[in-house]
Design a protein around this ligand. Structure first.
Ligand code: SF4
Length: 259
């Protein structure tokens, strides 16, 4: 993809959403970190249903650590993998209190050492809480980067490398959210909404979905000639009964005898 096309794509996404933000609800870097950990295998909406009550009762690492995994579970029970998440959230809260004075560390290595925190979660926190130009490649970004041609790659690491290396600096900080929102609401997995897509003419995806007024004609029904052969043709191709002569010879011989 040409640099000018790449820049134009981000310019259009920026025009549509000048101030993109995460849809997770949080008030502090710690709450964002917890919300991101909880969002694994869950939707942001699902997470936003549980965190207001959790953060009301336990807004800080100290309070979450004091709850412990057992008493965290009821808060998270509507989320998938809630037992594991409760264990990880309690452990990461303890680690933040014990090793970082109750503050979420701003260094990638320190973040990734926390229980339940991988590269993607660290990227989200670095970007959203601390304003670093990181890109956390989730399923939406992976799809959009490959379809558009912004950063084709076979795996998450390839796509992240490609996006970080090629995103114009002026768009680097918000690229993460623009691409997620685009993938979540427009370039959706099963049937991308190409007809209403702001970057349709710049996108390199070969199988764009057509607009309603440019839908291709429906395929015609198969022509009769291509249908199964007529029933009368069947006896000819059918295998003769064991011991019988082939149809033509029997017929001719019978005719001669009859005459
Ligand atoms: S044109 Fe279609 S495939 Fe390309 S980014 Fe837009 S929605 Fe996705």
């Amino acid at each position: 993809m040409k640099p000018a096309t790449r820049r134009a794509i981000f310019a259009r996404l920026a025009e549509r959403t000048p101030h993109p933000a995460t849809e997770l609800e949080y008030a502090t870097p710690f709450q964002l970190l917890v919300a991101v950990v909880l969002s694994a295998q869950s939707t942001d909406k699902g997470v936003n249903k549980v965190t207001p009550v959790l953060f009301r009762d336990a807004p800080t690492p100290q309070a979450v650590a004091a709850l412990g995994a057992g008493r965290l579970q009821p808060y998270l029970a509507s989320l998938g993998l809630f037992r594991t998440k409760a264990k990880n959230v309690a452990a990461l809260a303890e680690a933040i209190v014990r090793e970082h004075g109750g503050e979420v560390p701003r260094a990638r290595e320190a973040l990734e050492r926390l229980p339940g925190v991988g590269r993607k979660t660290a990227n989200v926190v670095l970007n959203t809480a601390f304003g670093e130009p990181t890109i956390a490649v989730d399923t939406h970004i992976f799809r959009v980067a490959n379809r558009t041609g912004l950063a084709p790659g076979k795996n998450v690491a390839d796509v992240e490398r490609g996006l970080v290396a090629t995103t114009p600096p002026e768009y680097a900080k918000d690229a993460h959210h623009w691409l997620i929102l685009h993938g979540r609401y427009v370039c959706v997995a099963r049937k991308p909404r190409c007809a209403e897509c702001a970057i349709r003419d710049l996108c390199e995806f070969a199988d764009k979905t057509p607009a309603a007024d440019e839908a291709p004609p429906r395929p015609r029904a198969p022509a009769p000639r291509k249908a199964a052969p007529p029933a009368r043709a069947k006896p000819r191709s059918a295998a003769p009964p064991r011991g019988a002569q082939p149809f033509a010879k029997t017929s001719r011989a019978g005719t001669k005898r009859g005459r």
